[in-house]
Design a protein around this ligand. Structure first.
Ligand SMILES: Cc1ncc(COP(=O)(O)O)c(C=O)c1O
Length: 397
């Protein structure tokens, strides 16, 4: 036999978040002390899920609820998601599917919409899964750039200019990974108007909606209209600290006559992939209906870590960091001569501090960034930022 060649469509798939790990592993093997600020998994640090959730899953497994579930998920969990969506004031809900992480909901929803050569408006910087899915579908990424000078907000006029005959939808990530921005209601209303004018489906990724770090009021996009098709993604991974459960969901809302065929198309795929992890679905109802104390604690801790991050990084001439309002990511700008990938690799090699280069998320040409995950405790963060300070001082002064 000759070596098996991968399909052309995987050529352009990059996942920078995991790619830096290969170099980090190499350096760790030399015995260097490492500081990991690169993976958005709260369980790797000092966060754990509420016990009533894990108990519910253990009980489901012991009761042998280990077979397949209904394709869209168990009834109790879908009802709990519906109640939660109604508390967020999402209007005109037409369907809810429980998926293997929000990731699968995103994949099924985009696959159900796009033919090859269609395009979807994606925020840049962006969470890389979206480009990977579009690559797989042989559909196109239509990037719109977020504006760092305006707290990483989006610019509607700029987005409008990018729309063409093959534009089918727009992705909004709110709160945003990697920038930590939370969009004001006015911005969401402008997006809705744009979607209405150009017949676009809005994909609103709200996986961090419960991790709002200031008094900023959070608005779920689909609460602002019942007139257009919107798919809202959410799940247990981040707010309920169980990314390994792989439990997420997609909520389809909008008028029947506009959404009916699309939802029925998506459901063909939902049925053919059988179901999401069954026992883990039993965590959904206790998570959403049960006590939310862990969230208050998590946000208080994250706020301290966010403030430490912003103040220690802004202390350096070569780095400037806007204040993330949600999630647990910062996306500081680098004012350096070399590209950000080189900066990140050298920082791993010389100081053992692992971050991800901004170019791995897509960014405005001629800008350079780092993505930092500020989940680690204050001691680790202080040490890591101390090392970044030494690195920068030695390199540029
Ligand atoms: C913006 C965004 N959407 C979706 C996901 C995937 O979530 P899940 O673990 O539910 O698949 C992530 C994970 O980091 C994310 O940051």
């Amino acid at each position: 036999m000759i070596p098996i060649k991968p399909a052309e469509r995987v050529k352009n798939i990059h996942y920078a978040i995991r790619e830096v790990v290969a170099l980090a592993n190499e350096i760790k093997a030399t015995g260097k002390k490492m500081h990991y600020l690169n993976i958005g998994d709260p369980n790797k640090y000092d966060f754990a899920p509420p016990k009533h959730m894990t108990d519910a899953v253990a009980k489901a497994m012991q009761n042998n609820l280990n077979g397949y579930s209904p394709a869209s998920g168990i009834e109790d969990a879908r009802d709990a998601i519906k109640r939660q969506a109604e508390r967020s004031k999402i209007k005109n809900i037409k369907d809810i599917i429980i998926t293997t992480g929000a990731s699968e909901g995103i994949e099924l929803s985009i696959t159900g919409l796009c033919n090859s050569k269609d395009n979807i408006l994606l925020p840049f910087p962006s969470y890389p899964l979206y480009s990977a899915i579009l690559g797989k579908l042989e559909a196109e990424v239509n990037p719109y750039y977020l504006n760092e000078d305006d707290n990483w907000n989006l610019n509607i006029e700029d987005i409008e200019k990018r729309i063409n005959k093959r534009t089918k939808g727009i992705v909004i990530i709110n709160p945003n990974n990697p920038t930590g921005a939370v969009y004001p209601k006015e911005t969401l209303l402008e997006i809705i108007e744009l979607a209405k004018k150009y017949n676009l489906v809005i994909f609103s990724d709200e996986i961090y909606d419960k991790i709002i770090l200031d008094d900023t009021k959070y608005t779920s996009l689909a609460s602002l209209t019942d007139e257009i098709p919107i798919v809202t993604f959410n799940g247990l991974s981040k707010s309920y600290i169980v990314p390994g459960f792989r439990i997420g969901w997609a909520i389809y809302s909008g008028p029947d006559e506009l959404t009916k065929d699309y939802i029925s198309g998506v459901n063909k795929m939902v049925r053919s992939r059988l179901c999401a992890n069954h026992p883990m679905q039993y965590a959904i109802k206790p998570a959403l209906d049960g006590p939310q104390d862990h969230l208050i604690e998590m946000k208080n801790i994250l706020k301290i870590r966010r403030d430490l991050t912003v103040s220690m990084l802004n202390d350096l001439d070569e780095i400037s960091c806007t204040v993330p309002q949600g999630a647990f990511y910062a996306f500081p700008s680098l004012h350096i001569p070399e590209d950000d990938e080189e900066f990140v690799s050298d920082l791993i090699r010389k100081k053992g501090v692992v971050t991800v280069h901004g170019s791995g998320f897509g960014q405005k040409p001629n800008t350079k960034h780092l993505r930092i995950v500020f989940l680690p405790n204050e001691k680790i963060l202080e040490e890591a930022y101390g090392k970044i300070r030494e690195f920068v001082k030695k390199r540029y002064h």
